[in-house]
Design a protein around this ligand. Structure first.
Ligand SMILES: *Cc1c(COP(=O)(O)O)cnc(C)c1O
Length: 376
């Protein structure tokens, strides 16, 4: 059986988890959390990075930092994970869905401006498959209309746009370290605070509404409840797992890219013959091989394709029933403009097995099965 995903494991995880246990510090913000956030800050030249309990709660924090009022509007793509939307719905905002670009499956930056109203507060750029949205255009629109930008970079750790790490371009960036992502801690994530004025409030929100972070830095002599908040910090045990991954971030990235490139080359002739479409990486974007997908001609063909692979013990998956047509999406939002690509393109997309440590033999089996399906 070739799984769709295997959680990343470098072999050093147990050693670090044992260290955390031995140190008698297993709650949040211990040495491994500090190591991980310092690494992320340095590697991506980020102003401040705070580990969170998930990519979802990183988005929740970003949403809280935007101080949305009931009725405020948030512009986002419909082709995304429910967490991207919940972060705003949870705090009373309305969703305004915009169509995607068929090449990258990212929000179509040329359709954002038409969706802006006097209620709009935030634009969410979700970097699908770790391939960047057209950030220059999005940031320009946001600055002109005085909107905040949140990058849902859950899939985009280590990717860049014109040399800039994803997650560091908008006002806030959100990473996920779920087991299905490139770097994992089981469940976990991080928020990148790119505008210094939000750091203090972010620390307070994350620490149950207290100024505990300032207390530990010796800036106040006792800590108290000062604002609303929640517990957004992960356990040291999870951070210890993540540290083993970050230490080998380049090896993991290189390994995934090797597999990605191998798929891409193996299917080039299928693409040339018009049998499938392959991912498009725009100029200026460097991706992290978060996923390899191809697009079948239509939904019927995709269903047959997935079944064909399954009969050969290979698990391929599709995802994202567009949010605007899901029950909650109908309740909490509206689609602005025409759904030209969101539904049609998502119906055709299928993801192939890709993970750190995918063996050449297994990948060769996947490639052969795909070619067999198309009879080439
Ligand atoms: C994985 C993912 C999330 C949520 O991350 P969790 O860590 O699973 O909470 C949010 N947005 C996108 C686009 C994702 O892929």
């Amino acid at each position: 059986m070739i799984c769709f995903n295997v959680p990343p494991c470098t072999g050093h995880e147990m050693k670090y988890i044992a260290e955390a246990v031995a140190s008698h510090k297993i709650c949040g913000d211990g040495q491994f959390t500090k190591k991980c956030s310092a690494w992320l800050e340095q590697r991506f030249n980020a102003h401040r990075v705070l580990l969170t309990t998930s990519g979802t709660t990183a988005l929740d924090m970003a949403s809280l930092l935007c101080e949305l009022q009931p009725g405020d509007e948030v512009i986002l793509p419909s082709f995304t994970f429910s967490s991207t939307a919940n972060a705003f719905v949870n705090y009373g905002a309305r969703l305004v869905f915009v169509d995607i670009r068929p090449d990258t499956m990212n929000i179509d930056e040329t359709k954002i401006e038409a969706a802006i109203t006097d209620k709009t507060k935030v634009i969410v750029a979700m970097h699908y498959a770790g391939v960047a949205c057209e950030m220059d255009t999005i940031m320009d629109i946001a600055r002109r209309h005085k909107l905040l930008v949140i990058e849902d970079a859950a899939q985009a750790v280590m990717s860049t746009y014109k040399g800039r790490p994803l997650g560091t371009i908008g006002d806030f960036g959100c990473f996920s370290f779920h087991e299905t992502k490139n770097y994992s801690m089981g469940e976990g994530g991080a928020i990148l605070i790119n505008a210094p004025q939000y750091v203090e409030r972010a620390e307070i929100l994350r620490e149950k509404g207290t100024d505990r972070a300032r207390f530990f830095r010796g800036q106040v002599d006792k800590y108290t409840w000062v604002d609303l908040g929640d517990s957004f910090l992960p356990s040291e045990l999870n951070a210890a797992y993540l540290w083993a991954q970050l230490e080998m971030a380049d090896e993991i990235n290189d390994d995934r890219l090797k597999s990605w490139n191998r798929y891409n080359e193996a299917f080039a002739d299928l693409k040339a013959r018009g049998l499938v479409e392959l991912p498009v990486i725009p100029e200026g974007c460097v991706h992290n091989a978060h996923m390899f997908y191809l697009k079948c001609r239509d939904l019927t063909e995709r269903t047959a394709f997935i079944q064909f692979l399954k009969e050969r013990d290979i698990l391929a998956v599709f995802h994202y029933v567009p949010l605007h047509s899901a029950p909650a999406g109908l309740r909490f939002g509206r689609f602005e403009g025409e759904d030209k690509y969101t539904t049609a393109e998502s119906d055709r997309l299928v993801r192939l097995p890709l993970y750190y440590g995918l063996t050449d033999e297994d990948q060769a089996r996947v490639i052969k099965a795909v070619r067999d399906f198309y009879g080439v």
